[in-house]
Design a protein around this ligand. Structure first.
Ligand SMILES: Nc1nc2c(ncn2[C@@H]2O[C@H](COP(=O)(O)OP(=O)(O)OP(=O)(O)O)[C@@H](O)[C@H]2O)c(=O)[nH]1
Ligand SMILES: [Mg+2]
Length: 377
């Protein structure tokens, strides 16, 4: 074990003397988050993360048998955005003003007990907004309604970390990030490019093992721990043990996220400083708003649009645009209109930002831009 601060050692002792798996998870989380992040602790962190993931898996399996149910909110529109935060931050208030939904708002905690859902319209496209009940610490271990709401979050496309100037915003953000990290939800991180090809026999074979920043045997053990006994594992870039654990742990999900700082009216200067700090240290685009004064409500719609990463493509087939992920090509649009168009594709004509002149002829691989109009031939 590397040299570690005393706070860390204390957490480790608590972990060792824990009696139940719930306690073990709790102290292991504490231990893991108290270990300084640097090269010298990389292996240790990876191993702990693996142990934690396995403990949690065991707990989840038992919860499922006990009827602990997973829920999700049926998706509608081009993307689903969840507002996640501690109670009383103004989540329901925002939902009411940017969508058509009726949601109860009150000046006490846990006003919302069931998710409220509304549709936000940006540039003529519907984006679904889900207002969740306030999360509490320990949600990843199933505290409060934690597991249920975390399962909604796992299923969403985008997560808004909803903070408020009157309620320790930075501390709250740290807690939320911690809960998500522990629940296997990764925000604005690249998804490791590791492919698993299961085989009938032959054990675990690591292809491209020179790209591992840790011992190959550790990779094989990680695979076995997660039930991968016979497989070729193809590594496509340099990867740490922590990332590798994520890559083989099927429950880990990768999401886009941003932060919202509400109640800007209470402390405009503080909100501005906080935004800078969050953007600098947390890799989260951040917007400051006041639902009460109506400040920046157009701004938040634009930010949501940007983070959802979709664009509108007009076709000759329909007045309504196709909604496609940013970066989509002509062939992706064709596929969405009709499979026949893909098979018989010769060329397309495009009008809009992605071409030099209106009606330019382009090939399958041409990358489209928001608002383009296409005609497929
Ligand atoms: N000063 C100020 N108060 C606000 C603002 N937005 C909301 N509030 C108030 O904050 C309180 C909580 O608002 P809600 O929308 O119920 O908060 P919530 O996050 O949905 O709370 P829970 O459902 O309990 O998780 C209400 O009294 C709102 O009127 C704002 O921009 N500024
Ligand atoms: Mg609410």
């Amino acid at each position: 074990m590397p040299n570690l601060p005393s706070r860390t050692m204390e957490a480790y002792k608590k972990y060792e003397s824990a009696k139940t798996d719930q306690e073990r998870i709790r102290y292991l989380e504490e231990y893991l988050s108290s270990i300084p992040k640097h090269k010298g602790t990389e292996r240790e962190r990876g191993v702990l993360k693996r142990r934690l993931a396995l403990l949690r898996e065991g707990l989840e399996k038992r919860a499922e048998r006990g009827g602990g149910r997973e829920v999700s909110v049926k998706k509608q529109g081009a993307a689903q955005v969840v507002l996640a935060g501690f109670p009383n931050a103004g989540k329901s208030s925002l939902l009411r003003v940017i969508t058509n939904a009726e949601a109860r708002v009150a000046d006490y905690a846990f006003t919302t007990v069931e998710p409220n859902v509304g549709m936000l319209e940006v540039k003529g496209v519907g984006i679904q907004i889900v207002d969740l009940p306030g999360l509490i610490s320990g949600a990843a271990r199933g505290k409060g309604m934690g597991r249920r709401f975390l399962s909604i979050i796992r299923n969403a496309d985008v997560i808004a970390f909803f903070l408020s100037m009157d309620d320790k915003p930075l501390e709250r953000l740290n807690k939320l990030m911690h809960e998500f990290e522990m629940a296997g939800i990764r925000i604005n991180k690249r998804r490791p490019d590791v492919k698993v090809y299961k085989r009938g026999s032959g054990g675990v074979n690591i292809l491209g093992f020179h790209l591992l920043t840790f011992d190959k045997n550790e990779a094989v053990r990680t695979c076995r721990d997660f039930g991968i006994i016979n497989a070729d594992i193809r590594i496509n870039h340099r990867i740490s043990l922590e990332e590798f654990v994520d890559a083989v742990d099927k429950r880990v999900v990768w999401k886009r996220g941003f932060a919202v700082i509400n109640k800007l009216d209470l402390d405009p200067e503080g909100a501005k400083r906080l935004k800078k700090r969050i953007e600098g240290e947390y890799n989260l685009p951040t917007i400051t708003i006041s639902v009460k004064d109506g400040t920046n409500l157009e701004g938040i719609k634009d930010l949501i649009w940007k983070i959802c990463g979709v664009m509108r493509i007009y076709t000759t087939a329909d007045e309504e645009p196709l909604v496609l992920p940013v970066g989509s090509r002509v062939i992706d649009a064709a596929r969405r209109i009709h499979s026949e168009l893909v098979r018989g594709f010769r060329f397309a004509k495009v009008w809009g930002k992605s071409v030099k002149y209106p009606g330019q002829r382009v090939g399958k691989e041409h990358v489209l831009q928001d608002g383009d109009r296409i005609e497929i031939n």
